[in-house]
Design a protein around this ligand. Structure first.
Ligand SMILES: Cc1ncc(COP(=O)(O)O)c(C=O)c1O
Length: 451
């Protein structure tokens, strides 16, 4: 199957529904929204709109339908789980699928983790992790990094630092978070452009400046970090950063919490991004891919020591850890193994490299970043990293949608794609060709505007 855009979006039915919804929903809807159509249905690797167009799905429910929409064994597991268990509050009335999934997750994740608390979403997983970190250490402050995203709740927003004008006027309500730059050689604030940066500068900044001038180390509970920064543009920390960071954590008794909500479950070519450096965190947050695209599910994994030190903290809630969601997750883990998904991600990564890497020669393309199927094109004006170009990222997106590929423009400066990890090679190849063409067109327009 191929993408097919028969009516330029938004078609008449999409327009009509969007106009009707505009006065009903909190979010401002309209024909100029990033995704300019109304979904009719999702099927495998495709989004179909109500006007008869079909697009390649490069959003996958923001990285949650990792095995495509409606993967048969995940869907069957979820449906039979609902029939058998309906909805249950499993904090109170326990069911076996939670224990089976917990065992499986403990086996898959780093050895340092040995206990699981189930949640509904990534946001809740992060909320819980922060509560656990504070109770375990008795310390209030958490260190997080610029560019990270952790959700829309107060804690999620307080930890996040994507752009200062996203959810403004909230920062003062949630004290206790200290932000530092994410290790980022392309835009390192500690190094002159073009000079080598190994990310250790960020750890030095924490050790020599932040904890000297601002907050003493014994008031800090720990670090929350995305091992590969996702929403912030797919940044892979240089190797030396990790040793320096984990040494500092050890020195001060800080807990290391990895937010693998988006990187977990194969996105970066390994089960978890932490495997690229053999990290042994104290806590790890999971959601999205954990569900296998079945039902919403989040989890916090933690060390034995953290679990023992946090007996007062409640986790979960009415819908956390639904038995049917756990059965879907177990079916997805089986499918990952049987279908050899990680090897397939490697093949698709090479296809992405062959189409997108040459784009780095364009003046408007700051960097192309690819790790597994975590993919971002960072757009800038005139090749200058300081001149971020969200409008150009939006142009790539608009062009690609018209050609039948729906990806992500994030309002920062990146065009991103989050494809299903089992997408057929030919379809992925075609999609990457369209994205490359869209990027060239955006670059061409930028050049013409500036000449
Ligand atoms: C790294 C990270 N953490 C947390 C979240 C929040 O997860 P959810 O949207 O499931 O609440 C996201 C969502 O994009 C994320 O990318």
């Amino acid at each position: 199957m191929q993408p097919k855009v028969v009516i330029p979006p938004p078609g008449p039915k999409s327009r009509e529904i969007l106009a009707r919804a505009a006065s009903l929903t909190h979010r401002q809807l309209g024909p100029n929204q990033s995704v300019p159509f109304v979904l009719d249905r999702k099927e495998g690797w495709f989004l179909h709109d109500v006007d008869g167009n079909s697009y390649v799905d490069m959003v996958t429910g923001w990285g949650s339908t990792v095995l495509g929409a409606g993967h048969p064994s995940v869907t069957d597991a979820v449906v039979s789980g609902i029939k058998r268990y309906s909805l249950e509050n499993t904090d109170y009335v326990f069911a076996e699928p939670l224990a089976v999934l917990a065992e499986r997750l403990i086996g898959l994740t780093p050895d340092s983790l040995s206990r699981v608390a189930f949640e509904v979403s990534g946001t809740e997983a992060v909320e819980t992790a922060v509560k656990l970190m504070r109770e375990a250490t008795g310390r209030p402050f958490i260190i997080a990094f610029f560019g990270q995203y952790h959700g829309e709740s107060y804690t999620g927003q307080a930890l996040s630092a994507q752009r200062s004008d996203f959810s403004p006027r909230m920062r003062h309500l949630t004290p206790g978070y200290l932000h530092v730059p994410f290790p980022h050689p392309y835009r390192c604030p500690f190094h002159a452009a073009g000079s080598a940066c190994d990310g250790v500068c960020v750890v030095d900044y924490i050790a020599d400046h932040l904890t000297f001038h601002l907050v003493s180390p014994d008031e800090i509970a720990g670090i929350v970090i995305e091992p590969i920064l996702g929403e912030g543009g797919v940044l892979v920390p240089p190797d030396p950063f990790w040793n320096a960071l984990t040494d500092l954590c050890r020195r001060h008794g800080w807990l290391l919490c990895l937010d693998e909500v988006e990187t977990g479950f194969g996105r970066t070519g390994r089960w978890f991004a932490s495997e690229h450096w053999n990290l042994q965190p104290d806590l790890m947050c999971l959601a999205k891919g954990l569900s296998g695209g079945g039902l919403p599910l989040g989890a916090v994994l933690m060390s034995e020591a953290v679990a023992k030190a946090t007996t007062a903290t409640n986790t979960g809630g009415t819908w956390a850890g639904q038995p049917a969601a756990c059965l879907g997750a177990l079916a997805a883990i089986d499918a990952f193994e049987q279908e050899q998904i990680l090897a397939h991600v490697g093949r698709l990564e090479s296809i992405a490299e062959s189409h997108l890497r040459p784009l780095e020669n364009l003046r408007s393309v700051g960097q192309v970043r690819i790790k597994g199927l975590y993919i971002a094109i960072d757009m800038v004006y005139d090749g200058d990293p300081r001149r971020r170009a969200p409008r150009l990222a939006r142009r790539i997106h608009d062009y690609a949608v018209r050609e039948g590929v729906v990806g992500i423009e994030d309002g920062v400066s990146h065009y991103r794609v989050l494809p299903a990890l089992n997408m057929p090679e030919e379809l992925f190849d075609l999609s990457m060709e369209i994205v490359a063409r869209a990027t060239r067109a955006a670059d061409q327009m930028a050049t013409e505007e500036q000449s």
